[in-house]
Ligand binder design. Structure first.
Ligand SMILES: Cc1cc2nc3c(=O)[nH]c(=O)nc-3n(C[C@H](O)[C@H](O)[C@H](O)COP(=O)(O)OP(=O)(O)OC[C@H]3O[C@@H](n4cnc5c(N)ncnc54)[C@H](O)[C@@H]3O)c2cc1C
Length: 388
């Protein structure tokens, strides 16, 4: 058993960190204020090929694994870019996995390269206002009419829809009452984002202002039939296939942000003198930070375990859910502890940790809540009755 990164993995981390170092705290604070998408950061990563880290080589990527992608995402988040930086590229890195796995050769050739090279941006639309985490109940309808599908309905929380050229969309093609089981009847599409037919309304939110999240309203939105991924009615299965690695990547982002917060707080605690000594000399400051580091490090080990299982083709549901749960909680705890270690200054934007605290709610809540991660473990690992 070896817990070390390989030389190649270390080189990946260092190369991504070197790009991120060009975007300092002032850059991310400015994006938090003005809400502008970090285009230059996105372009810098695209130029050096990092958006295609796990896209197959035949389609313009590096063909590496989720382990390497997790390293990239942790490094971005930990650099100070936080969830703003991570979310700006997240979908390019892994979002088109269902196309890579279930798409035809023609679709892969057409769809993967522009995303891997950063020439196109996309959004991923699953969540609906009245469905929540119960994905099988999705209602947005896509009805086949000849060689196209016509879509009507609503989605919510869809990130990067203001910027997107494309949309990966999960829609109901057979009404729920007519399917043999609730996981059937949903279909997956990857298609052009037609702003004449999809109205986008931004949701004003707590953090990550520069990466928008939106309500989408579809009105007679047409999708060419050749943009259906895989078979009609099996979209839920295709999405499930990508859920574990997505959880791993989000967990890596949470660990990165948490580690950043802890290192910020430790630095501040060494410099801040109160009662004639650094506040970091007090165990009441030291111990919570040390505990956060230990929790984050443990979560990271679980991220690597889950990523390694996925990359070796092993079942990784338990490890991926455990990693997502542990990293979300540890990341949150670290950011909160970092604010408290800064005292009043933790509440000031110029010390950055309040921004991390606002952003770390994202990997805690999405794409699946801590409660549902625990429900998965209770049911699938402990064999307890399904509770939902
Ligand atoms: C910033 C941000 C960006 C996002 N980006 C995207 C995106 O790009 N695309 C996309 O499709 N979605 C996106 N989402 C949506 C996100 O995936 C959902 O918010 C998340 O899946 C939770 O769904 P919900 O908000 O409807 O919660 P609900 O399902 O309404 O749940 C609310 C609460 O109830 C709890 N709960 C519900 N049922 C149970 C149960 N049976 N047992 C125990 N607890 C339960 C949940 O754990 C949660 O705490 C984003 C969300 C945020 C906040």
């Amino acid at each position: 058993m070896n817990f070390e990164l390989t030389e190649e993995q270390e080189a990946i981390r260092d190369a991504v960190a070197a790009i991120c170092a060009r975007f300092d705290d002032d850059y991310w604070l400015a994006r938090d204020r003005d809400g502008e998408f970090p285009h230059d950061f996105y372009d810098a990563l695209a130029r050096e090929g990092w958006l295609g880290v796990c896209t197959p080589e035949a389609h313009g990527g590096a063909g590496l694994g989720i382990t390497e992608a997790a390293l990239v995402m942790r490094t971005i988040s930990e650099s100070g870019a936080g969830m703003t930086g991570a979310s700006s590229v997240h979908i390019n890195i892994f979002g088109l996995n269902p196309v890579a796995v279930f798409g035809t050769e023609e679709q892969k050739a057409r769809m993967l390269r522009p995303m891997a090279e950063g020439r196109e941006k996309a959004c991923f639309a699953v969540t609906e206002p009245n469905t929540g985490l119960n994905t099988t109940q999705l209602k947005l309808r896509a009805i086949r009419q000849g060689d196209k599908y016509v879509v009507n309905g609503q989605k919510v929380w869809i990130s990067t829809a203001q910027e997107a050229d494309r949309i990966l969309l999960l829609a109901r093609t057979t009404p729920l009452e007519e399917v043999e089981k609730p996981t059937r009847g949903l279909s997956l599409f990857y298609t052009r984002f037609d702003r004449d037919r999809i109205r986008v309304r931004e949701i004003e939110k707590m953090g990550r202002k520069a990466v928008d999240s939106n309500e989408l309203f579809f009105d007679e939105f047409e999708i060419p039939a050749e943009d259906l991924i895989g078979e009609e009615g099996r979209g839920f299965e295709y999405i499930l296939h990508g859920m574990n690695p997505e959880r791993v990547l989000i967990a890596a982002e949470a660990v990165g942000l948490g580690m950043l917060a802890v290192s910020r707080a430790a630095k501040y605690a060494k410099e801040r003198i109160v009662f004639n000594r650094p506040i970091g000399q007090n165990q009441a400051i030291q111990h919570p930070l040390a505990k956060c580091w230990a929790e984050l490090e443990a979560a990271w080990m679980m991220v690597l375990a889950a990523a390694s299982q996925y990359d070796r083709g092993l079942p990784c549901g338990a490890a991926a859910n455990a990693a997502k749960y542990l990293a979300g909680e540890a990341g949150f705890s670290a950011c909160e502890t970092a604010v408290m270690a800064h005292g009043g200054f933790g509440y000031a934007k110029e010390y950055h940790v309040e921004r991390y605290l606002r952003e770390v709610f994202i990997p805690r809540i999405a794409p699946i809540s801590p409660q549902l991660c625990l429900s998965y473990l209770a049911e699938r690992v402990l064999g307890l009755p399904k509770s939902y």
